[in-house]
Design a protein around this ligand. Structure first.
Ligand code: MG
Length: 543
């Protein structure tokens, strides 16, 4: 059987409103995105994740959906979306959409009907209580400091409604079969246009028992199995990529036998990558790789460095999180919710290109499929003057022209200001500057993508941790037929030597996939000199 496409996909996350404006209204749109498909194809990404582009009041970056069957008018029409989908398809690029069904907007017609009429069929689409119980431990509000409870009183319904997220995002009662039918209808609708699947928002919050008795509460994963069965019955290999920030045992249960969520964001590894980068030591990544479950045959990890969200460090202990804060978010204003960092990748790494490349090299070579967010390929910065998580949600920097080439609108009409000051201002950091330079971050990222697409062993073969005899150097490898792909990453900002055993031993050849240099293997143990923050992709083959 062929492997599912997503096991070796390269994912690229796009916020349409911030990518490219085509009509000068200051808001990015699908026509603009369509005009940039050649850029995406040249970059080499194979699947675009479109962040929520449904109608919404825009109070939670589009995650407060008021209509699941339309495109937000500011972003274009349904035809504009289909035009984009078609153009992407012409370039071999797949598209997945955000499926945000843990909750709706409080302005969604379902909630409007539910709160007005206790007899309405929509009443049970949500979770109501006249005397709300306190949430079980660990199930409080997602946004401490911004929300004080998971229950809010509704004057019209004269009852409390449940919400794990913002109070304007009432939680859907996903245990209700009618709600499950609605979700299947949404899945069917968008799959029918030819998208390849969904990124499932708050995937596990969605099936929490929600404090109520129900048969589903005993088997919350049954709901995920139902969505999986439905989606794959409509489109073979339809992807459900779940946002599940949990510990390894729960991740394993959420993969199931490959019949729930096909991919899981690898938050666990992500946190340990940042701890390893902060310590300049490979230990945390080694630990993560040792304790993470192996995904079932048809499933995969989605590895990532940053999302268009806070860098949530909940998988670390308090002490470990403080270590990461101290190095990558030294000021209070860089932190959020007491658990995360509201910065982009490049500024966290002080704009040091060697170190940013090292992080990307890890992303593209660790077991799983890589996912990164627009703008990180050129090393964009954040705008800490913006509120909360919006710090990282700034417009794509295309060129040194007005508004970074994002829009022809007046600067005060932009949906988000462009970054025009400091080391990460668009005049220095932009696509046009980097496109032609072989040493630019953009060119390096393009090389990593090419390598990742050539070497499916990373997404398919079992990995092996390699002893490098140096704690700052992470070594891991994949065996594919008679060849071994060996990856070395020096996390320290100083030159180091790795000693590795190469199974092919004498008589084989060792090729550096980045420099193209090749050597004969004279002996089994090789000493490899590693530059500060250096990385090597080595292919060992027998003669
Ligand atoms: Mg526009």
């Amino acid at each position: 059987m062929d492997e599912p496409w997503y096991k070796n996909a390269v994912f690229y996350a796009v916020d349409v409103a911030l990518f490219q404006d085509s009509n000068g209204d200051g808001i990015g749109d699908f026509k603009g995105l369509t005009s940039r498909v050649p850029y995406l194809a040249d970059l080499g990404v194979t699947c675009v994740w479109i962040l929520p582009s449904y109608p919404s009041l825009g109070r939670d970056n589009g995650y407060d959906v008021t209509d699941y069957y339309q495109i937000r008018p500011q972003l274009g029409t349904l035809d504009d979306f289909l035009e984009f989908l078609h153009k992407a398809g012409e370039h071999g690029i797949r598209v997945i959409l955000d499926l945000v069904v843990d909750h709706t907007s409080d302005k969604h017609p379902w909630f409007e009907a539910a709160r007005r009429d206790e007899q309405s069929r929509y009443r049970d689409y949500y979770i109501w209580s006249h005397d709300p119980p306190p949430p079980p431990p660990g199930q409080g509000t997602i946004f401490p400091g911004q929300e004080s409870s998971v229950w809010s009183y509704d004057d019209v319904a004269r009852a409390f409604y449940y919400h794990r997220f913002y109070s304007f995002e009432p939680g859907l009662n996903v245990a209700n079969p009618d709600v499950q039918d609605e979700i299947c209808r949404i899945i069917d609708y968008w799959l029918s246009f030819g998208i390849s699947g969904f990124r499932v928002d708050a995937a596990l919050h969605m099936v929490e028992p929600k404090l109520l008795d129900s048969t589903e509460a005993e088997d919350p994963h049954g709901i995920l199995r139902r969505f999986h069965d439905f989606a794959t019955s409509r489109r073979p290999n339809a992807l459900l990529l779940g946002e599940v920030d949990e510990n390894p045992d729960i991740l394993e249960a959420t993969f199931g036998s490959g019949n729930q969520l096909d991919m899981l964001f690898n938050f666990y590894l992500n946190n340990d990558i940042f701890l390893a980068l902060a310590r300049e030591d490979s230990g945390p990544v080694i630990k993560a790789l040792q304790v993470l479950p192996e995904p079932p045959k048809t499933a995969q990890w989605a590895n990532f460095l940053r999302n268009l969200d806070e860098l949530d460090l909940e998988r670390l202990s308090d002490e470990e999180r403080d270590e990461v804060f101290k190095v990558f978010a030294p000021e209070d204003g860089m932190r959020i919710f007491g658990r995360g960092i509201r910065r982009r990748l490049a500024p966290m790494l002080n704009g040091d290109q060697r170190r940013i490349e090292l992080a990307f090299s890890l992303l593209f070579s660790l077991p799983g499929a890589p996912l990164f967010v627009y703008g990180d390929e050129i090393g964009m910065g954040e705008d800490l003057a913006r509120e909360g998580r919006d710090a990282v949600r700034t417009a794509m920097q295309w060129s040194d022209q007005a508004n970074a080439g994002f829009s022809t609108a007046a600067a005060d009409k932009l949906t988000a200001p462009v970054i025009d000051r400091g080391d990460f201002a668009y005049r220095q950091v932009n696509v046009a500057n980097q496109l032609e330079s072989p040493d630019s971050l953009l060119s390096k990222v393009r090389s990593f993508i090419r390598l990742r697409r050539e070497h499916h062993a990373i997404g398919s073969a079992a990995f092996r941790l390699e002893d490098t005899a140096e704690s700052s150097i992470l070594g891991h490898s994949y065996k594919s037929g008679k060849a071994s792909l060996i990856l070395l990453h020096n996390l320290r900002g100083a030159e180091r030597k790795a000693q590795i055993d190469i199974v092919q031993a004498e008589g084989g050849r060792l090729r550096d996939l980045l420099s193209g240099e090749e050597q004969r293997l004279e002996r089994r143990t090789q000493t490899v000199r590693m530059e500060p923050y250096g990385y090597r992709w080595l292919l060992a083959t027998p003669d």
